[in-house]
Design a protein around this ligand. Structure first.
Ligand SMILES: Nc1ncnc2c1ncn2[C@@H]1O[C@H](COP(=O)(O)OP(=O)(O)OP(=O)(O)O)[C@@H](O)[C@H]1O
Length: 342
């Protein structure tokens, strides 16, 4: 296995007003699980399709280990890249059994008999579907069909597995179950995985590394923990977690993390002029008697807690959680335990 490296990749489609992908460089460690995260149209599918070999980069190179797959005058066709791609629609053949669906890529490669049967059963075991080998896809649930598609992609032992929003068509309950399957699949197969999604919670739950894209550019590449704790810029800060971005007077120093003592001072400073973006996570907002006044602007009951939007004295809105029921219009005292300057 080998490291997958994207070097300053560009892609401009014919007639496109701007580059769909612009100067994207990413190294995916061997056996890593990278989530490409960003809003619709940010270029993540284009990156995935260039890795798979379905699109030519306009500039830049793609390497797997020391092998150049694309760029510098080379273009290795998709079938010679040792990669497998799983799509939203998992396209199983309805007339074939589960085992025959999974074994099909081996059949195409001329693997037959006992060798094929063994590999098929291994792949089915990875997704825990051995007992279903003789069933037809029509007899399976949506999640089980998705697992058959995963087994089919695993059977050829690809170095890299590419997944394009594979859970987008599933309901919430099934998505959670499948997230678990993907994590397990990754751990058991050892394959390098690249996963396109616009769902930040999914990216954080699954990946070892998250690449956030916007308008064709890579904004930040880091572990889920790092990107959550130290997002770079308002776009990443707004996309990851459920934080609020407050405007505070311009901050020019090195300091990024602010405590209540400093935040209270900043939030009551009414000087006009430029401002800085301060990210505040709802779990860092505490409701306490004698705190700064904030008025409840909206309440959403989430079962285990109430999700609130609070209006500060200057009208800025802040997300917070409450265990106690509150009503729109209530005035609460709050303390903000920490804020992160974006
Ligand atoms: N075949 C194409 N021809 C022309 N423009 C394209 C083509 N494919 C994508 N684009 C454009 O390139 C940009 C990036 O598209 P891409 O599909 O990579 O984004 P995405 O982040 O995956 O979006 P989504 O989540 O909606 O699939 C968009 O502006 C899109 O309109």
């Amino acid at each position: 296995m080998a490291q997958l490296t994207l070097n300053s990749l560009y892609k401009t489609y014919e007639g496109g007003a701007r580059a769909a992908v612009s100067d994207v460089s990413i190294s995916v460690r061997d056996g890593g699980f990278l989530a490409l995260l960003g809003p619709s149209g940010c270029g993540k599918t284009t990156v995935l399709r260039m890795i798979a070999g379905f699109e030519h980069p306009s500039d830049g190179t793609i390497q797997l280990g020391d092998r150049t797959l694309a760029g510098a005058g080379k273009m290795v066709p998709p079938e010679h890249r040792n990669m497998a791609m799983v799509f939203q629609s998992y396209a199983l053949w309805p007339h074939m059994s589960v085992a025959d669906n999974v074994g099909y890529p081996l059949k195409v490669r001329g693997v037959s008999g006992e060798a094929r049967r063994r590999k098929v059963m291994e792949a089915l075991s990875t997704v825990r579907l051995e007992p279903y080998a003789d069933r037809r896809p029509a007899d399976l649930s949506g999640g089980q069909r998705q697992r058959v598609a995963l087994a089919r992609c695993l059977v050829t032992e690809p170095a890299v597995v590419l997944l394009d929003e594979p859970l987008a068509n599933l309901d919430r309950h099934l998505r959670q179950e499948m997230e678990e399957t993907f994590r397990e699949f990754h751990a058991r197969s050892g394959a390098t995985m690249i996963y396109v999604t616009h769902d930040q919670a999914e990216a954080m739950a699954l990946a070892t590394d998250v690449a956030v894209m916007s308008e064709g550019r890579l904004l930040q590449l880091a572990t889920p923990e790092e990107i959550y704790a130290r997002p770079e810029g308002a776009l990443v800060g707004g996309l990851i977690g459920q934080g609020s971005i407050l405007q505070v007077p311009l901050l020019t120093g090195e300091q990024r993390l602010f405590d209540w003592h400093a935040l209270r001072h900043l939030l009551t400073d009414r000087r006009p002029g430029h401002s800085s973006d301060m990210l505040v996570r709802p779990q860092d907002v505490e409701i306490v008697e004698g705190g700064m006044s904030a008025t409840v602007a909206s309440v959403l009951f989430e079962g285990e807690r109430y999700a609130l939007k609070l209006a500060l004295a200057d009208g800025q809105l802040l997300r917070a959680f409450s265990r106690q029921p509150v009503k729109v219009g209530d005035v609460l005292g709050i303390v903000i335990r920490s804020g992160w300057r974006l």
